[in-house]
Design a protein around this ligand. Structure first.
Ligand code: HEM
Length: 508
């Protein structure tokens, strides 16, 4: 008896479906291994005060790809260059959004920013805008005099005989004012810091601390309304302070004449009722602008200044390295002027110092989280859809398999003939990814790297450095304080001693 065609096709489809289900289930890879967690909270109580350290130790026990559970959320941690490359190169498209979190909701204008925007046209448009006006080779070159000018002011300030200086704070004022001139057309602080500057740095550090907390409410929906760690309450307060600051900046910019900075361009587009990107509904809003500026001011200031502070701390602890860097600078720049950006390509040793600093002190040790859009298989394990990915860039850069004597500060490893000659920080050498990698790599990489390099070069060239308060280099506390960014637990306090001809310190 012949079966009617639709029935035949139907049965065939059912058979294929059943076969597919059975076959796939039988062949499904296991989930990555990981420590048992508590009921309800999972592994949250185990991450400790320095999650990147805890997760580094867990990788030693469970391997470079392991699994945690935060409340109801599945989390995987990548802790070797090979595994990070699997996620951020092979499977990058699948991990190009960030998981939902209360910071994005309560601080970053409910995901209306660039850092937390879901992967898609809006995110692409925001990145394009930043590239066009700030970070492309052309934009970066056009803003060169702004960076050099602010650095000259920092040097002038440090050259005043005023005794001990908190270096991180001074570097932060410089990084913030430089970025502010590029983005909103003016400085936001008096050059000598002062109350406003201190308050702003504290705001950024608090934001990074809050963003670094694993907020129980994000992972255990039942506990969300209780806000058990008080994180959301602090986020809302912080958001109000930021929002007031942004409102003030925008009001001032509107009152001033048109400029060439990013804010002027965005305000003009808003007035012309242009959308954020072609094809997008609705015109660009003031909230879009505030959210983007918030990202730039928070992601782009403390990351830069704390890296410079770590670099100087390492150099003070390693006088031989400081000496070599100064010799190179004297040979390339001389002693009668400050470093300029055109000198940087000739400062190979200094560049190695910067890489070694990013290796040991990456400013975002767990990078920023990503989320799996679909289920996928990575390094022999199954990663379910919706899993949060953390990449422990701190642990990867200290992995003894990839780095001989990983805890030693040894810039020479990056020089020709060294074990890591040719390795750079721009996202293609996965053993060193302080800026992340893949589609969502740091949008401000070019700016951040340029600022860190120029600032460190300028400070090393213009001054000798003594520790203040009778501290000796061997006793210098190198302890970390964890937030989303890695602060020094004890700020570096130094005495800068000018070492160039007096004319080099004169700023018109
Ligand atoms: C020392 C300097 C810096 C370091 C180490 C750093 C590091 C990072 C890292 C690790 C990420 C996450 C990347 C990922 O998901 O794979 C990131 C994202 C980002 N960074 Fe940076 N950053 C620095 C400076 C800056 C600067 C100067 C700016 C802007 C002025 C900036 C703006 C951003 C933005 C907007 C994102 C989000 C990109 C996206 O989601 O598409 N960063 N950064």
């Amino acid at each position: 008896m012949e079966l009617p065609l639709p029935l035949l096709l139907g049965s065939l489809a059912v058979a294929v479906g059943v076969w597919h289900l059975v076959f796939r289930r039988a062949n499904k890879l296991p989930l990555p291994p990981g420590p048992r967690g508590w009921p309800v909270l999972g592994n949250l109580p185990q991450v400790g005060a320095k999650p990147h350290h805890t997760m580094c130790a867990l990788a030693r026990q469970y391997g470079p790809l392991f699994r945690l559970r935060f409340g109801s959320a599945e989390v995987v941690v990548a802790a070797s260059a090979q595994v990070a490359a699997q996620f951020l190169r092979t499977h990058d498209a699948n991990f190009s959004s960030r998981p939902p979190n209360s910071g994005a909701e309560h601080v970053a204008y409910n995901y209306q920013d660039l850092v937390f925007a879901p992967y898609g046209s809006r995110w692409r448009a925001l990145r394009k805008l930043c590239a066009l006006h700030l970070f492309s080779g052309k934009a970066l070159d056009e803003l060169r005099s702004v960076r050099e000018g602010e650095l000259a002011l920092l040097v002038k300030e440090l050259a005043r005989p005023s005794g001990a200086v908190a270096l991180g704070q001074a570097a932060n004022v410089c990084a913030t004012n430089t970025l502010a001139r590029a983005t909103v057309g003016r400085r936001v602080f008096a050059v000598d810091g002062g109350e406003g500057a201190r308050e702003f740095k504290e705001m950024v550090v608090e934001l990074m601390q809050l963003a670094g907390v694993f907020n129980v409410g994000d992972f255990v929906p039942l506990l969300r309304p209780l806000d058990p760690q008080g994180v959301v309450r602090r986020m809302k307060r912080l958001h109000r302070r930021y929002d007031n600051m942004m409102n003030e900046i925008i009001r001032d910019r509107k009152a001033a004449k048109e400029g060439k900075d990013l804010l002027s361009v965005l305000l003009a587009r808003m007035q012309e009722q242009q959308p954020l990107s072609e094809g997008e509904d609705g015109s660009i809003t003031e909230t879009d602008i505030k959210a983007l500026l918030l990202n730039l001011f928070t992601a782009g200031t403390d990351t830069t200044s704390s890296t410079v502070e770590w670099a100087l701390a390492e150099l003070v602890r390693h006088p031989d390295v400081l000496n070599k860097a100064q010799q190179e600078l004297d040979a390339v720049v001389g002693r009668d002027r400050l470093v300029s950006e055109s000198d940087l390509p000739r400062l190979a040793y200094l560049m190695a110092v910067i890489k070694e600093t990013f290796r040991l002190h990456p400013s975002t040790p767990l990078s920023l989280p990503r989320v799996a859009a679909e289920e996928c298989d990575v390094a022999g394990f199954r990663i379910p859809r919706g899993t949060t990915l953390l990449v422990n860039v701190w642990a990867i850069a200290r992995d003894p398999v990839a780095w001989p004597e990983p805890l030693e500060f040894r810039p020479a490893r990056f020089l020709p003939g060294g074990s890591h000659a040719g390795v750079d920080v721009k996202g293609s050498d996965f053993e060193l990814i302080p800026f992340g990698a893949g589609r969502r790599i740091c949008a401000g990489l070019s700016w951040g790297l340029r600022m860190v390099t120029l600032m460190t070069a300028t400070l090393v060239h213009a001054f000798d450095w003594d520790l203040a308060h009778g501290m000796t280099p061997d006793k210098l506390d190198m302890e970390e304080a964890y937030g989303l960014t890695l602060q020094r637990a004890v700020p570096l306090v130094v005495r800068p001693l000018p070492r160039l001809l007096p004319s080099a310190y004169a700023v018109e």
